[in-house]
Write a protein that binds this ligand. Structure first.
Ligand code: ATP
Length: 212
């Protein structure tokens, strides 16, 4: 299973966690093989795309047999580094941030919010959802000490860039940005942007113009 991961297209890589979660459920229910048609129905990705994606993983489905669930699972767990927990920090303990602190990510995959930051004195020095909240002034120190590599950003849009600017030499390599700000960051930091308002608008647009 020695696969050059740099050859896996980004669009395929983005679907990996989705495949992984579904296959884990299949495996837990005792299923040993699965067809691309079954997978397609369950995760709503068309089966030609699934077959193409899986060919990058060296998984070749057999006609009338499907894919070996165990092979795929061990590939995904290796590729997604599920043996190791990725430590995450959250910045901005407002309504959205608080909801994330209460949401137990570790149930589904190996990421864990270890600590949170806010600028509001009333929110710091307490635990929310079992996660300690520190003042943003302690950001660099705590991030380095706790070996955090990913940050979830749920601050107001006008402070997002200045917070991102503090991440340069901290060991942070990924930002999940929930603010509408388009962040400028150095090359070693990857930003994934989730704008809930835009997603909702897109959904409504598609419902209207591409009815199923
Ligand atoms: P709330 O009702 O608690 O204010 P909200 O999600 O509507 O929630 P926002 O104004 O979006 O609030 O702010 C989100 C959080 O980000 C707040 O808890 C706020 O204190 C915090 N925040 C604001 N500026 C900073 C900053 N510079 N650094 C860290 N946290 C900040």
């Amino acid at each position: 299973m020695d696969i050059d991961q740099t050859k896996i297209p980004q669009a395929t890589a983005k679907r990996l966690p989705l495949y992984y979660r579904y296959l884990k459920n299949l495996s837990a229910s005792g299923k040993q093989r699965v067809s691309s048609a079954e997978l397609s129905e369950a995760i709503k990705v068309d089966s030609a795309t699934i077959r193409r994606d899986f060919s990058y993983f060296g998984a070749l489905g057999k006609k009338g047999y499907g894919y070996n669930v165990h092979y795929l699972l061990s590939f995904f767990s290796k590729t997604l580094d599920q043996d190791e927990t990725t430590k995450v920090a959250l910045i901005g303990v407002g309504n959205l941030g608080t909801a994330f602190l209460h949401y137990n990510f570790i149930k589904n995959n190996n990421t864990k919010i270890e600590l949170a930051f806010d600028a509001d004195e009333e929110k710091v020095n307490q635990e929310i959802g079992g996660v300690p909240v520190y003042h943003i002034d302690e950001f660099t120190k705590q991030i380095k000490e706790k070996d955090i590599s990913v940050v979830i950003l749920t601050v107001p849009v006008h402070v997002a860039q200045s917070i991102a600017d503090q991440m340069n030499d901290t060991g942070i390599r990924g930002i999940l940005n929930f603010t509408p700000a388009r962040l400028t960051v150095p090359d070693h930091i990857r930003v994934h942007h989730i704008d809930l308002a835009v997603e909702l608008q897109a959904l409504v647009y598609f419902m209207k113009h591409y009815p199923v």
